[in-house]
Design a protein around this ligand. Structure first.
Ligand code: BDR
Ligand code: CA
Length: 309
């Protein structure tokens, strides 16, 4: 099994990613760390616990981390995720407590306690917690097996501005630090996740996948209303579960080792991920940048795993 830490801002698609990880025996989820992003920190920390309880896993420790980006005001995404961040299903308030430690301290402590290379980080939101941990404890960089993150876009450009993807836009300074950290990176950008769209048939598959599947169908039904109304598309991209799916079966994805730099200066292109896809610079590759996913294979695996819960 692979030990992972999921850093997250749930978010319906974060929630589905967490469920996929908890349903998968190949992965040992050491804990969840919440960050401010889709909604403010108090809600993401609450939603992370709601998801653990939904999966019957109140034993998973949940930590609250940074409540705002390193150098900017927080930008949230209630227009996509609803006021709670998890609109679309009625779920009880969590009974499990939040851990006392700050997420950043716990990430550092855990990486120092585990063998070098034993832990994979899976960020599904703005990279504030991860960059703060790397800045505070540079020794942990060499102990991380890999960072597999959802964020950025290249050919698919932006979903929060014309140039930028939400997670990178919210905390570009944090993203830049992560991309320059030297830690092996796998990046699931919009180029991949926009090919993993929900459809009526895929939602029906979730709805038929038991008690947890019905909740997932409620979330995706809510989440895709935004894309349907705004873009007339049939469904919505299930971004964050792509991170967990890549860990479980990288053969579902195609990408390239390229250099990726993050724009932090220009107001026009703040948070843009400039991927040297055609290797036109001599900048060294720092990320496996994923451009394609086998959507049918992805949904088949996701639905089968959700049904296990
Ligand atoms: C990312 O932004 C959030 O709204 C989603 O949870 C996902 O992590 C997609 O741009
Ligand atoms: Ca997210």
């Amino acid at each position: 099994t692979r030990k992972i830490i999921i850093d997250t801002d749930p978010g319906q698609d974060d929630a589905v990613a967490i469920l996929l990880a908890l349903a998968s025996p190949e992965l040992d989820v050491l804990g969840l760390t919440a960050v401010a992003g889709n909604v403010p920190l108090d809600l993401t920390a609450r939603n992370a616990r709601i998801v653990c309880e939904l999966a019957g896993r109140s034993d998973i420790p949940v930590f609250a981390g940074c409540d705002r980006p390193i150098a900017r005001d927080l930008v949230t995404a209630e227009h996509v995720h609803g006021k709670t961040g998890l609109d679309g299903a009625e779920l009880p308030d969590p009974a499990m407590a939040l851990q006392d430690a700050h997420a950043v301290d716990w990430i550092i402590e855990t990486l120092r306690a585990e063998a070098p290379g034993a832990v994979t980080l899976c960020p599904l939101g703005p990279l504030t917690n991860i960059a703060t941990a790397l800045a505070r404890a540079p020794d942990i960089a060499g102990r991380i097996d890999r960072i597999v993150l959802m964020g950025g876009a290249y050919f698919e450009v932006g979903n929060i501005t014309p140039a930028a993807e939400f997670n990178i836009f919210v905390d570009p300074e944090a993203a830049r630090a992560v991309f320059r950290s030297g830690v092996p990176l796998t990046v699931l950008p919009l180029d991949a996740t926009h090919k993993a769209l929900t459809t009526r048939a895929r939602n029906a598959g979730f709805a038929a996948a038991g008690r947890v599947g019905e909740v997932v169908a409620g979330w995706t039904g809510f989440f895709e209303r935004f894309d349907r109304e705004k873009y007339g598309s049939e469904g919505a991209p299930l971004h964050d579960p792509c991170v967990i799916a890549w860990l479980l079966n990288p053969d579902l994805f195609k990408g390239r080792e390229v250099n990726v730099e993050v724009e932090v200066e220009s107001p026009l292109t703040r948070g843009m991920t400039v991927a040297d896809w055609w290797r036109v610079t001599d900048r060294a590759a720092n990320a496996l940048f994923i451009g394609d996913v086998d959507a049918d294979g992805f949904y088949a695996m996701l639905t089968e795993r959700i049904a296990r819960l």
